[in-house]
Design a protein around this ligand. Structure first.
Ligand code: ADP
Ligand code: MG
Length: 246
């Protein structure tokens, strides 16, 4: 590929809850096809940052640009932006009374006004991609946590996003189910999806991330290639954090 195509730019982002400033002057750039992994202690602001990028939280200052367009949450159509920027949460939030297939086609039918047959066809392809074709007609309650999370990923992909945000997608899973979800994300990375991933899976970060950002008290304290951040962190706080988790 030649040249960079900027997908996300965060400039001097600030976010407070009441008196508490949770994000302090965040700057971040993510180009097309890049995978950025956010690491950091609980409470450092990782979820708030990606929720701001998806406009689930509204910033108090600074700027968020999606493909070069500065987004004004008061004026811009946020549902359009959320089509472009898909999100997967720690808890999968599938509709329990809908089958796997119905879960995946729901948003395309309602938001994208897709044709039902077309949406079904696409959903089946996505279920195949996440290895759950044969589960199309079952209800979420009969799936394992890892399978539910893979359905959640298929459901997010059904909106044909250009960017995917993941907030600790494997943290609620039994250890033996983590691998299958990481494998699905690895596959997406290989296909060139632009992703920001909050995770404590450092092995995954080493293998898949183009950049690792260490967050500390509402700031990105250090951002570097995985080999640099894991082998020779520049900041003491990064080193201390890694010693605790590695
Ligand atoms: P992380 O994902 O890194 O654990 P969060 O972004 O969830 O961190 O939280 C950062 C800080 O913001 C924490 O101190 C948390 O208590 C606070 N916070 C997050 N969401 C809210 C909210 N809706 N209202 C008030 N405080 C919040
Ligand atoms: Mg969080």
């Amino acid at each position: 590929m030649s040249g960079k195509h900027e997908m996300i730019r965060v400039r001097n982002l600030k976010k407070s809850f009441g008196e508490v400033e949770v994000l302090k002057d965040i700057n971040l750039e993510v180009n097309k096809g890049e995978v950025v992994v956010l690491i950091g202690a609980s409470g450092s602001g990782k979820s708030t940052l990606i929720r701001c990028i998806n406009f689930l939280e509204i910033k108090n200052g600074g700027e968020i640009l999606i493909e070069g367009n500065s987004i004004d949450p008061k004026k811009d159509d946020l549902s359009k932006i959320r089509q472009k920027v898909g999100m997967v949460f720690q808890h999968f939030n599938l509709f329990p009374h809908k089958t796997v297939l119905e879960n995946v086609i729901e948003a395309p039918l309602i938001v994208r006004k897709a044709n039902r047959e077309e949406a079904k066809k696409e959903a089946m392809q996505l279920l195949k991609k996440v290895g759950l074709e044969e589960k199309a007609n079952v209800y979420p309650s009969s799936l394992s946590g890892g399978q539910k999370q893979r359905v959640a990923i298929a459901r997010a992909l059904a909106m044909k996003p250009e960017i995917m945000l993941f907030d600790e997608p494997t943290s609620a899973l039994d250890p033996e189910l983590v691998g299958e979800v990481l494998e699905t994300m690895k596959q997406l990375a290989k296909e060139g999806m632009t992703m920001i991933i909050v995770t404590h899976e450092m092995g995954f970060a080493k293998e898949v991330a183009d950049w690792v950002a260490f967050m500390d008290s509402g700031r990105i304290l250090e951002l570097a290639a995985p080999e640099d951040i894991f082998n020779s962190p520049k900041e003491d706080r990064t080193r201390e954090f890694l010693m605790r988790v590695l």
